[in-house]
Design a protein around this ligand. Structure first.
Ligand code: HEC
Ligand code: HEC
Length: 270
């Protein structure tokens, strides 16, 4: 796209003004058409997962493994970009393919399908409220939530606190993002829920979520939901490159229709 258009743009400037105007109009129409291009993979739930794998290999060094950015690099939080005016999947496609000239955002000559997978992934981690209908059975969803989720999450007055409170979650996250959190939690670990595995002379592997840290100590909520503090001098190791404490729920453990029921239940907790 724009990569191919660059020499074309250069030629435009050499033409007669009237011709240049016509050429520019065609260029603008062509670029709007590509911006309106629809994602051919949007109905395939595997696309976002495959895109997440490509993202972590190719983009995470600048944008962070969860697409939320890294404090030391000035690359944007891509989970927020969809709220920009006029942001479309076609436009995101073009930015990935062409890069952003004048910045460190490189161009990518990946096959179109892989770029659409990246777009699907970025759509799945988008921060925006859910739109559309919740068609599941919320009563059954409440039962499933109590059986599978409540040990770590609250959605009302009771529940665990290892994971975030899910009250009003459907106002903050899209349906694909919520599905992705359940099917592939590692693709987007929320701020404030970074997992760590520590070991001391007395304990081999204490896994938990980092709740606070300074130069001398680290505080974690361990997987038994106990708040614990360790002096860094007593740690034999601290591994941060570990899986989310949110378990992966595959379809054989939680079917798509059961997940629909849970999402409908959550949508009612407002
Ligand atoms: C070397 C660092 C780097 C790498 C690698 C990188 N990006 Fe970027 N990306 C940036 C920076 C910096 C920007 C902001 C550019 C600007 O607007 O000034 C950006 C912008 C973007 C934007 C536009 C965001 C917006 O709000 O308009 C998208 C989409 C994007 N990157 C996706 C990706 C994807 C997908 C990959 C991997 C295939 C990737 N980037 C790899 C640094 C990087
Ligand atoms: C063993 C604890 C545990 C269980 C059980 C669990 N979760 Fe989680 N969940 C977490 C943790 C920890 C996080 C935060 C880290 C992350 O995002 O991966 C999380 C994150 C989430 C998020 C993302 C929230 C956000 O702010 O974006 C959703 C949605 C979610 N869980 C839904 C569920 C559902 C639905 C179930 C039951 C089917 C469930 N969880 C079961 C621990 C758990």
């Amino acid at each position: 796209m724009s990569t191919e258009l660059n020499p074309y743009q250069a030629r435009v400037s050499l033409l007669q003004p009237a011709l240049a105007f016509a050429a520019l109009a065609i260029f603008l129409i062509a670029s709007t058409a590509s911006a309106q291009q629809a994602n051919p993979l949007s109905s395939d739930p595997r696309a976002a997962r495959a895109g997440g794998v490509i993202f972590r290999a190719q983009c995470a060094t600048c944008h962070g493994a969860d697409a939320k950015g890294i404090s030391s690099i000035d690359a944007p939080d891509l989970t927020m970009m969809w709220t920009q005016q006029g942001m479309t999947e076609g436009r995101v496609f073009t930015r990935i393919q062409a890069g952003v000239p004048g910045s460190i955002m490189p161009s990518h000559d990946f096959p179109d399908t892989e770029i659409w997978m990246l777009v699907s992934y970025l759509r799945s981690v988008a921060v925006s409220g859910s739109t559309g209908e919740f068609t599941g059975n919320s009563e059954n969803g409440g039962r499933l939530f109590a059986a599978h989720c409540i040990e770590c999450h609250r959605a009302g007055s009771e529940g665990g606190s290892l994971g975030p409170n899910l009250v009003r979650i459907t106002q903050r996250r899209s349906q694909p993002a919520l599905r992705n959190s359940v099917r592939d939690p590692n693709s987007s670990i929320g701020r404030g829920y970074k997992p760590v595995v520590l070991s001391t002379a007395n304990a081999a592997a204490i896994s938990g979520i980092i709740k606070g840290e300074d130069a001398f100590s680290i505080q974690i909520l361990d997987s038994n939901q106990r708040l614990r503090s360790f002096a860094k001098s007593e740690l034999l190791s601290s591994d941060r490159d570990v899986d989310s404490l949110m378990p992966v729920f595959l379809e054989r453990q939680l079917s798509e229709s059961q997940l629909d029921d849970i999402l409908s239940f959550l949508h009612q907790q407002r």
